[in-house]
Design a protein around this ligand. Structure first.
Ligand SMILES: Cc1cc2nc3c(=O)[nH]c(=O)nc-3n(C[C@H](O)[C@H](O)[C@H](O)COP(=O)(O)O)c2cc1C
Length: 338
């Protein structure tokens, strides 16, 4: 079983990927970048392009095999251009975003918006795979989808479409667009979707995504899905990898634990936070903006500190590097680590 770090816009950028790997080691099998928008101008925004430059991904020892750039595109031409650019940079796989629920994305026929237009999606995939298949100038393509736009019953038709193409891996977030990120993942519908995909002849590896936040949730989901964690090959109805997003933000050691390693230690969390601050400081100007970035992490990490309301408030109110670090030292000193 493989474990992937999910793409999260504004968060899983190279500073986080590098520091996570530096501090927590090589337990995560692949890191997916937040989506890069493949626009009709055939230029990436500077910041998006910087995120995938090999020289920025310093913790990966010059090997990009464990990073998968994700592309958001509204049509085959833009996607194919972006995929070719990623291959030129050295990537062997790119991922197509079929799940972003944001109205501005959906309304522009991108992300989860494509799930609402299955005929168009089928045509788009057909054009993409016609253009790239068998060509060394393109990477392999994986898909990250939801079960549907508004109803998981849509999954059957979507899975039939996906089964028609030589997809490297099919990652299924067990929700529909209308769920956004809330509520329990739809495990029964996920299983039905996998069966529909296999019944239609789909051969790709399948990855499960949604609400794996600790060992207990992993075991429960694994049991409900009938996943054999020791299984290396995908079999009917089984998945060969899981993708974890928010769970890794709240416990950066989660994949290590799921692979049998030790629980999160306060000292390593402290080191991770300090290094992350420095990495963001080299990425964005002004202490205040760096602190805002760190607060995105604290929104998930605070769970490790018992009765921490006062200390968290101090972190949130900090305005300078010195204030922020003093507040962080204080939470480690004052609050019980859980
Ligand atoms: C803040 C945030 C940003 C996200 N950005 C992306 C993104 O850029 N691309 C993508 O495919 N999914 C994105 N997602 C969805 C996650 O990759 C993942 O599918 C979702 O969080 C469910 O997994 P989890 O329960 O393990 O977090 C984002 C989720 C969050 C919470």
């Amino acid at each position: 079983m493989k474990f992937y770090y999910a793409p999260m816009e504004g968060i899983t950028l190279y500073p986080l990927r590098n520091i996570h790997r530096e501090v927590f080691g090589e337990w995560v099998d692949s890191y997916f970048t937040p989506f890069l928008t493949a626009s009709h101008t055939h230029h990436f925004k500077n910041r998006e392009k910087a995120d995938v430059l090999p020289e920025k991904n310093t913790a990966f020892n010059g090997s990009l095999k464990q990073i998968v750039p994700q592309i958001m595109a509204a049509n085959s031409e833009n996607f194919t251009w972006a995929a070719g650019e990623m291959k030129k940079l050295g990537y062997d796989e790119v991922n197509l975003n079929l799940g972003c629920p944001a109205p501005t994305v959906v309304n522009r026929h991108k992300g989860a918006g494509l799930l609402a237009e299955p005929e168009y999606l089928d045509r788009m995939l057909s054009e993409i795979f016609d253009a790239v298949s068998g060509k060394e100038t393109f990477p392999e393509i994986s898909l990250k989808t939801r079960l549907g736009f508004s109803d998981p019953k849509e999954a059957e038709a979507l899975m039939k479409i996906y089964a028609g193409y030589p997809v490297k891996e099919l990652i299924i977030h067990a929700r529909v667009r209308e769920d956004y990120y809330a509520g329990a993942p739809r495990l029964d519908e996920f299983k039905e979707a996998v069966s529909a995909y296999r019944a239609a002849g789909g051969k790709a590896d399948i990855s499960y995504n949604g609400n794996i936040v600790d060992i207990a949730s992993f075991e429960r989901i694994k049991n409900e899905l009938g996943i054999d964690a020791s299984c290396s090959e995908t079999q009917m109805g089984e998945v060969s990898s899981v993708m974890i997003g928010r769970g890794l933000l709240s416990d950066p050691s989660l994949v290590r634990q799921l692979k049998g390693g030790s629980a999160l230690l306060p000292d390593e969390l402290k080191r991770y936070l300090a290094k992350l601050y420095d990495a963001y400081a080299g990425y964005i100007p002004e202490d205040r903006n760096v602190i805002f970035k760190m607060l995105e992490h604290w929104a998930y990490l605070h769970v490790h500190f018992k009765d921490s309301d006062k200390c968290l408030k101090q972190i949130r109110k900090s305005r300078s590097r010195a204030e922020y670090h003093a507040a962080v030292n204080n939470i480690f000193a004052e609050c019980e680590f859980v």
